[in-house]
Design a protein around this ligand. Structure first.
Ligand code: GLU
Length: 450
């Protein structure tokens, strides 16, 4: 019999993972980031080695891939690929968003599902992890085309989800409109009214502050980190990227906490408004992006400020950075700018917006860095609260939900401190990874070999 080593080696582990998952570069990146902090910890706790916990945690429970056929407005038949990665249900039903974007592939969804395992564990709520979506591009599609796509997508997905099985929500390209189309179709097919999707409209089981939750949570997390240092967002100049749901409400909460937001972006470039956003400008952005589905350059025309085509905001001066667009939008060069310009902290609103090299550069320069699995967990946390409200068939008030969200972000911060305190600083990457890991790992150990 082959002797099993009683330690894990990072390089050997990563070689095996890359070999088993060829070409899935974002998944490799997400696992490596976690493995770097987890493996030394695992090596000190033989029960995790003996039970092969990390090997099992990096393999999704199952991956469902399906054809989605729909008809466009011209009567042409279109075919897309749909996915649901049910990653881990050790501590609750699979839970995570659906992304509709042309870049969607299995590797991206596995990275997102893997991250979700740790994020959902950190929320303190009983949620497992999953992620799904399709390579469908909602941009330029009519409302009816989006509806037909959502219905076709749900016709297959409905066979694999359920309120106690797997509860999808939104992500990039999937907002209230798409969730409504999918929930309607799910309800029709299953002939049941259950909280099987979250992010629903208030009229049919949605939760107050779900739409604000990811952005608000990201700003609260920044406030927690600064408070721990005797500081606050008040008076700070903030760079925010993105202009979708996360960026909009991160910007709103930053403003409410006294910060000045001078940038927003979309895939065509970024706007630089040195006077800072205010409620009126934010309302314009919410309408532009959520209802009119326009380009961010229209903001620059309307409010007479600069639009930087095809650029990201990270070379500007400021104090705090909030990447809220998408993965890998802060590369090493961008991180060097943040270091040179004396940034104090960064809170990730998006999932893995900062590359591995960029994170290392920021940490080396002692910039306080909050990984997305901690900083943007507010969204899925309020999804968890939506599940609870649906189960008890009640709707909580706004104040109660905002208080609960604040408490959850505070508790996530505390877990990062418990697991990430180093001699002279808090390592939030390590803290979030270890705290997220332990709860899921201990549940898996308790279940035995399954
Ligand atoms: N897509 C969001 C995330 O990345 C929310 C998921 C959810 O609410 O289930 O966490």
């Amino acid at each position: 019999m082959l002797a099993r080593s009683n330690t894990l080696n990072l390089n050997e582990f990563m070689q095996g993972l890359v070999k088993r998952n060829p070409g899935e570069i974002e998944f490799h990146q997400a696992v490596e980031e976690v493995a770097t902090s987890i493996i030394p910890f695992i090596n000190e706790h033989p029960k995790y080695i003996k039970n092969q916990i990390f090997e099992r945690m990096t393999e999704p429970d199952r991956t469902i891939i399906f054809r989605v056929c729909w008809e466009d407005d011209e009567g042409h038949i279109r075919t897309n690929r749909g996915y649901r990665v049910q990653f881990n249900n050790a501590i609750g039903p699979y839970k995570g968003g659906l992304r509709f974007h042309p870049s969607v592939n299995l590797g991206i969804l596995k990275f997102l599902g893997f991250e979700q395992t740790f994020k959902n564990s950190l929320t303190t709520l009983p949620m497992g992890s999953g992620k799904g979506g399709a390579d469908f591009n909602p941009k330029g599609k009519s409302e009816r085309e989006v509806m037909r796509f959502c219905q076709a997508f749900m016709t297959e997905l409905s066979k694999h989800i359920g309120e106690n099985v797997d509860v999808p929500a939104g992500d990039i390209g999937v907002g209230a409109r798409e969730i409504s189309f999918m929930f309607g179709q799910y309800k029709r097919l299953q002939n049941e009214f259950t909280g099987t999707l979250t992010g629903k409209a208030l009229e049919f089981g949605g939760s107050l502050i779900r739409k604000e939750a990811t952005g608000y949570g990201c700003a609260y997390f920044m406030e927690e980190m600064l408070k721990h240092q005797g500081d606050s967002i008040e008076g700070k100049t903030c760079l925010v990227s993105g202009s979708g749901n996360v960026a909009q409400f991160a910007a709103q909460k930053i403003m409410q906490l006294g910060g000045k937001v001078i940038t927003l972006s979309d895939s065509s470039g970024f706007i630089h408004d040195p006077d800072g956003l205010n409620e009126e400008k934010l309302e314009y952005i919410i309408d532009l992006k959520t209802n009119r589905r326009g380009r961010i350059s229209e903001y620059a025309e309307k409010f007479k400020c600069k639009f930087h085509k095809d650029k990201r905001p990270w070379s500007l001066k400021g104090d705090l950075a909030f990447p809220c667009a998408t993965q890998n939008e802060i590369e090493l060069e961008d991180a060097k700018h943040l270091v040179k310009n004396g940034f104090k902290a960064l809170s990730e609103g998006a999932n893995m917006p900062t590359t591995h090299e960029a994170v290392s550069a920021l940490l080396k320069a002692k910039i306080i860095f909050a990984p997305g699995k901690a900083a943007n967990a507010g969204g899925v946390a309020v999804s968890g609260l939506e599940m609870t409200q649906n189960s008890i068939r009640l709707a909580w008030q706004r104040e109660e939900l905002e208080e609960r969200l604040k408490t959850i972000m505070h508790d996530i911060h505390q877990q990062c401190i418990d697991y990430g305190t180093e001699k002279d600083h808090i390592d939030y990457v390590k803290g979030a990874n270890l705290a997220g890991f332990v709860k899921v790992a201990d549940a898996m150990v308790a279940y035995g070999v399954i």
